[in-house]
Design a protein around this ligand. Structure first.
Ligand code: BDP
Length: 327
């Protein structure tokens, strides 16, 4: 992690903790962070949890949300949560892939077919087992949220088949799964934080990226990258994680309340997601995005060898088989 980033985030929270001391008798304020701006469905869902938490605890517990990457990039905030500096972080599965291998199965290319398939997987035992896996590593898995299907977009030309990506520098999250998959589909994968994508597209450091409609439109990548290819190559979902240290410091009844609110926030998030995704798509098309239909099977075939290599890990293979059986 960037040391300056840790210090800035920790200093901001240190200030909060000091002011929080004065409120000790009044209650406890949990910190929650997100890289997306206020109004994005993940931020909406976590704020909903906060409102319910204040109400249902009679003001003893509350939640303060830090959107727009104020507390750092996603992998940094995961470490801050593990060490108890941040209480709750919302991050994409991609930023967990390297450190928490089980999450790879949800980020892999072409493992999930569509939203219904994603929901069946996340709402069933697979989702629960993956969430439970964080406990041994200083975190508590609270919920998994939608992130839609990720697609390629670029500044240069229509991408219809994997070969068209050849020579293009495509930004990917800092995840080996994404680096391998995007490379297998023909592009030069370029790992960067999501906050760096807009300026990197503008300066032509990269030719494109891959993400969902809301990130493309909300983060204004739409202004620079005109060609959108409907690959939906990954449904890499969002994780809501709590610091195990914070969790352990709460009374059992308060833990149950947070766990239950996190579960109830899933339909809240999905409702916001459906509207936001549709609106983002409409706005992007109005702003001049050229949508390109693709044959998904060609992209999936290109990824097959890298998926097969990952599935040499028997625990990943077992999860992958269960997920595919639900497709
Ligand atoms: C978005 C996720 C966000 C990730 C971003 C990325 O919501 O958490 O940071 O993708 O590509 O879809 O890094």
């Amino acid at each position: 992690m960037n040391r300056r980033g840790i210090l800035t985030g920790a200093a901001a929270l240190g200030g909060l903790a000091v002011s929080g001391c004065g409120q000790a008798a009044a209650g406890r304020t949990l910190t929650a962070c997100d890289v997306h701006r206020d109004g994005y469905p993940t931020v909406v869902a976590v704020k909903w949890i906060g409102e319910q938490l204040s109400q249902q605890s009679g003001g003893r517990l509350s939640l303060r949300s830090y959107p727009s990457a104020q507390l750092g990039a996603e992998d940094d905030t995961v470490m801050l949560a593990q060490s108890g500096v941040i209480d709750i972080c919302r991050v994409n599965s991609a930023s967990l892939n390297n450190a928490f291998p089980l999450t790879q199965v949800l980020s892999m290319p072409f493992v999930i077919e569509n939203d219904d398939h994603l929901h069946a997987v996340l709402d069933g035992p697979v989702g629960a087992e993956i969430l439970a896996g964080f406990e041994a590593r200083g975190l508590v898995g609270l919920a998994i949220y939608d992130a839609g299907g990720r697609c390629f977009y670029n500044t240069s030309r229509p991408i219809e088949k994997p070969g068209d990506l050849k020579g293009l520098k495509i930004r990917v999250p800092q995840s080996d799964v994404f680096i391998e998959a995007v490379g297998a589909m023909g592009a030069n994968p370029t790992p960067l934080t999501v906050s760096a994508v807009y300026s990197s597209l503008q300066s032509r450091l990269i030719d494109g990226a891959e993400n969902n409609w809301p990130t493309f439109e909300n983060s204004r990548h739409v202004e620079v990258a005109r060609y959108w290819s409907n690959t939906r190559h990954s449904y890499s979902p969002e994780f809501l994680l709590m610091s195990k240290r914070s969790w352990d410091s709460l009374a059992p009844g308060d833990r149950d309340l947070i766990a239950s609110l996190a579960r109830q926030s899933v339909p809240v998030m999905r409702a916001a997601w459906r509207t936001t995704e549709a609106e983002a798509r409409t706005k992007a098309l109005e702003e001049g995005t050229t949508p390109i239909d693709v044959n998904r099977a060609l992209f999936s075939d290109a990824c097959a060898p890298v998926v097969a290599r990952r599935l040499r890990d028997p625990s990943l293979a077992a999860f992958h088989a269960r997920i595919r059986a639900m497709a």
